[in-house]
Design a protein around this ligand. Structure first.
Ligand code: ATP
Ligand code: MG
Length: 516
């Protein structure tokens, strides 16, 4: 293959590639291709070449979309860097991914400068006019002519860092084949309409934001680009630009609904993932006929692993659906052996969308490139161990419960906090719940639940909750300690702050009625 934009512009030159939400300006594929060949030509004139790893620290500009395709046109690996990172974190990433050059913009120039300070030979380019003389303006030179290279499926298209929830973010190379297969498998599940317009509201340095950029060029559909998320503004853009698809994390969707009541009926797909979707949110969407597709994915699999259609979620609250076409999901026990349907274990994923391995370190000059570069220690016979716990029911539907790290071991028995939280969350008065383990002299750990009950509601009937739980869970899974709050503590990204929850339970937890 050549770069995908080159194929796309040949196939549908006059179709709309991109719309900028801020002012409605639009680019056809021909316009975008012109921008990309100019950017690529200038980078090449500055010495960027095929095989380089190009770091990109720019806001979600149209120019950033251009850089995604420009890297591919040059034959370079695209390595997006998050604007929220500190210069120190940026330097660590620049070194870990062994970047050949970094492109910044006016708003990110200071951070980029501080980040490359002390790193030898990492040229810094700016797409805007640089304020500092050590930064080179990309537009300073005449574009060189670029001979678009042939891409093989195994070539590294991009390198993304994981979110760092369970430790230091890991650099994940995704091959052209990974991203291509993911686009194909996603289309098989969600469908593609030539008139589709996908709004990008997730950061472009995570797969949820970057995948639609590659996919829109592959599909020949339109990308609606918005600089940053704002609940009301994003909802309004969906309406204003007849958006048909959007990827959101549950907290974003909830804030959009809180702000605007419902969402535009132009939407065909709301791809909802990144964290478990609360039942209450899913029910609210059902009431408004919002087409929610719950999805489970990760950086290492170029995004979606499994996705449920709205119809499939009916009667199967909490499922993320069946694995995508081509993706194999196996649930395994502690020895790595596949478990029976319905049993809980670690989720292992395999297939063409899965990274060939984590980037470990740059290869030494005398080492075999591929062997030295990749860390495959998380791979077993069934594929990549995700570190997530879940189960697959008899009908093949996947449920994601929690991270392996969050598993509670009480009296030698494993308890998945997600399973307990699912049950407690169905008790009518409980709005939201998180389940954690607390240190316990007798049991090693004991199950504890922080329950959010809406302000102004009746006090929680703990005896009724206890019998409700006992009907549905084995005795050792029933929380020994509970505390009731108005709202669960949350991190800035909107996920439950488990450490804070644990602290609250330690301070004000009491025995759940009837538990021993
Ligand atoms: P790190 O790997 O550095 O700890 P991370 O796993 O949070 O960070 P990402 O690749 O951005 O980095 O996130 C993928 C993870 O997000 C999944 O492994 C899973 O834990 C979680 N996740 C994604 N979708 C869902 C979902 N629908 N339900 C529950 N969890 C989900
Ligand atoms: Mg992870």
């Amino acid at each position: 293959m050549r770069d995908w934009l080159a194929h796309r512009v040949a196939a549908s030159p006059d179709d709309e590639a991109l719309v900028r939400a801020e002012d409605g300006e639009a680019w056809t594929y021909t316009d975008l291709d012109r921008l990309v060949s100019e950017t690529a030509g200038r980078l090449v004139a500055h010495g960027v070449e095929a095989g380089d790893r190009l770091g990109v620290l720019t806001p979600p500009y149209v120019g950033t979309v251009g850089l995604v395709h420009a890297a591919m046109r040059i034959g370079a690996t695209f390595v997006p860097l998050g604007q929220e990172l500190t210069p120190r974190e940026l330097s660590e990433r620049i070194e870990r991914a062994d970047l050949s050059a970094v492109v910044c913009a006016e708003p990110t120039e200071d951070d980029a400068l501080a980040a490359v300070d002390g790193i030898d030979d990492t040229p810094l380019f700016s797409v805007d006019d640089p304020a500092d003389a050590t930064v080179t303006a990309v537009h300073d030179v005449e574009p060189a002519s670029v001979e678009p290279p042939e891409w093989e499926f195994d070539d590294h298209l991009c390198i993304l860092f994981t979110s760092g929830t369970t430790g230091t973010p890991k650099p994940v190379p995704l091959t052209a084949g990974n991203v291509y297969s993911s686009a194909v498998a996603s289309a098989f599940r969600l469908g593609v309409d030539p008139g589709d317009r996908w709004l990008v509201s997730l950061a472009l340095h995570h797969m949820g934001g970057l995948a639609p950029v590659y996919r829109s060029a592959l599909y020949g559909t339109t990308l609606v680009l918005r600089e940053g998320f704002d609940a009301g503004g994003t909802a309004d853009d969906i309406d204003a630009y007849d958006v048909t698809g959007v990827s959101l994390v549950p907290t974003m969707l909830k804030r959009m609904l809180d702000s605007r009541g419902t969402l535009s009926d132009t939407l065909r797909v709301v791809l909802l993932g990144g964290a478990p979707a609360p039942d209450e949110l899913l029910e609210r969407c059902r009431d408004y006929s919002i087409p929610v597709y719950p999805t489970y994915g990760m950086t290492e699999s170029a995004s979606q692993i499994a996705t449920a259609t709205p119809r499939q979620t009916r009667g199967r609250l909490g499922t993320v659906g069946r694995p995508l076409f081509g993706t194999d999901v196996t649930v395994v026990d502690e020895d790595g052996a596949a478990v029976e349907a319905g049993e809980t274990g670690e989720i292992v994923v395999d297939g063409p969308t899965v990274t060939p391995g984590y980037l470990e370190r740059p290869p030494a000059p005398d080492e075999d490139e591929s062997a030295a570069e990749l860390d495959r220690s998380a791979f077993g016979p069934h594929g990549l161990h995700t570190g997530d716990v879940g189960r697959i029911d008899e009908d093949g539907y996947l449920y994601v419960l929690n991270r392996l790290d969050d598993r509670i071991i009480t009296g030698g028995q494993n308890v998945e906090p997600g399973e307990v939280a699912d049950v407690l969350g169905r008790f009518p008065a409980v709005e939201a719940v998180t389940v954690v383990g607390l240190d316990d002299e007798t049991w090693g750990e004991r199950v504890a639940a922080l329950l959010a009950v809406e302000d102004g509601d009746e006090p929680l009937d703990e005896a009724a909750l206890d019998s409700f739980a006992r009907e549905r869970l084995s005795g050792f899974k029933i929380p020994k300690t509970v505390a009731v709050v108005d709202e669960l503590p949350r991190t800035v990204s909107g996920t439950v702050d488990r450490a804070a929850a644990r602290e609250m339970l330690r301070e004000r937890g009491h025995a759940l009625n009837g538990s021993s």
